[in-house]
Design a protein around this ligand. Structure first.
Ligand SMILES: *Cc1c(COP(=O)(O)O)cnc(C)c1O
Length: 428
């Protein structure tokens, strides 16, 4: 496979854009090689600027649940574009999308739209702090909530500590309010509460997708809820990835635990930049202009993006069976992986939640970030590069989630499994 045009494009991009990319994971750093530059999408496929065609399991990192160039979403966007790109004034489509979402959840009365998942979680945390009038937050190792200051935190030296910044440019004073706990480990959360009585919220990916796919145990989420109730702390489900992906109601459609605030992104925009945060009315009414907690955005609720999101969500609601079908496809794919791994004595862990799937080159079950880090990333890099050369586009890191889309068929999945078997054999 030739990727000459991508190589040239990457060299040129690097002259003008740091690392040649606008979001670091795209640079292929953890798998090596040149990132392929995309020309266009076509249902289940993406085509690069050298004309190579790939089956796409990244789907723009989650948003494209209907695959590329879905006609209904495309038409909604074109229609909106012709009416003007943005007004900075209210439009009825915002209310329509808000209504569609609020009607789905008993614990959501109101929602506010922003332009990215980062903004959604950042705003949700400010809201939790403003509502509880407390300062500290708990987050989990390996969960990603966007790149805002207080969430770019890594573990300090102790078992449970106040976090230290994971990036230069984030003052330690900003992250000293972030307590770090271990995913699926309720004792580590209890320790945080023992160390602080000033905890505004726990923010958690109920189905972690940013350390590879690691779903939370139901019992763990239930106990988070109980701890929050006991300490007047709000529970935030970050469903930027899992929302409308794991099921129509995201993780909330799968587990019984109900959060106080939910954040959305990715699928909610149908491929356009949209994020949102939502909660019951007494929390949301604390937001400006009704309440004192400030939050704003020039392009928030942008009509083109709202129309893409609305078309996508209505389509999902019209075909509730879609998640069963997607889960079957994802399970078929992961079963194929497991069989291929077994045949070639490759240690492998897999999981599936709705249209989300994940696999680790790891001999033991993965329940948290530490477990995930024990995976064989060199094996992953080789696997990734061989799949890419054979026209199959997986996320370029061991610690990402894969996605199947509604335009995929069993035939496509089986084609991929055949290739996985061939590649695993070469790797063993
Ligand atoms: C992608 C993601 C974010 C950040 O969203 P952006 O749109 O990239 O800013 C936040 N939380 C989770 C769980 C995500 O998967």
């Amino acid at each position: 496979m030739q990727i000459e045009n991508s190589k040239i494009a990457f060299l040129e991009a690097k002259q003008y854009i740091p690392g040649g990319v606008d979001s670091p994971v795209r640079a292929f750093k953890s798998v090596g090689g040149t990132p392929v530059f995309m020309d266009r999408g076509e249902s289940a496929y993406i085509i690069d600027i050298d004309g190579n065609r790939y089956i796409d399991f990244v789907q723009s990192w989650g948003p494209l649940i209907f695959g590329h160039c879905d006609k209904d979403i495309e038409n909604a966007v074109i229609k909106a574009v012709k009416n003007g790109l943005s007004f900075g004034a209210p439009t009825t489509v915002e209310t329509e999308l808000a209504k569609e979402i609020c009607e789905m959840f008993d614990n959501i009365d109101k929602i506010r739209f922003v332009s990215s998942g980062t903004e959604a979680v950042m705003s949700a945390i400010r809201l939790a702090r403003g509502f509880t009038l407390k300062d500290n937050i708990i987050k989990f190792e390996g969960c990603y909530h966007g790149h805002s200051d207080s969430l770019l935190v890594q573990a300090g030296s102790g078992a449970v500590t106040f976090g230290t910044p994971s990036s230069p440019g984030v003052p330690a004073d900003f992250t000293k309010h972030t307590l770090l706990a271990k995913y699926n480990d309720i004792e580590s959360v209890k320790e945080c509460f023992e160390n602080s009585d000033n905890i505004a919220c726990i923010v958690v990916e109920p189905i972690a997708g940013n350390m590879g796919l690691v779903p939370a145990d139901e019992e763990f989420l239930k106990e988070l809820r109980e701890l929050c109730d006991k300490h007047d702390t709000l529970l935030i489900f970050d469903e930027v990835m899992s929302g409308f992906r794991a099921s129509l109601k995201g993780a909330q459609g799968i587990v019984d635990t109900k959060p106080d605030i939910v954040t959305f992104g990715k699928v909610i925009g149908g491929g356009m930049p949209v994020g949102a945060f939502a909660a019951r009315a007494d929390i949301m009414d604390k937001l400006s202009p009704d309440g004192p907690i400030y939050q704003a955005g020039t392009l928030s609720g942008n009509p083109v993006a709202m129309n893409a999101g609305l078309a996508s969500l209505r389509k999902l609601k019209k075909s509730p069976d879609i998640y069963n079908r997607l889960e079957k496809l994802a399970k078929r794919l992961m079963e194929g992986f497991k069989e291929a791994a077994k045949q070639n004595n490759i240690p492998l862990q897999t999981s599936v939640r709705g249209s989300m799937f994940g696999f680790f080159f790891n001999a033991s079950e993965v329940k948290n970030f530490n477990d995930a880090l024990k995976s064989d990333t060199e094996m992953f890099a080789k696997f990734h590069s061989k799949m890419l050369q054979n026209g199959i586009y997986f996320a370029c890191s061991q610690f990402e989630t894969g996605f199947v889309s509604a335009v995929m068929s069993e035939a496509i999945i089986d084609e991929v499994i055949t290739m996985v078997k061939k590649v695993f054999k070469e790797l063993s």
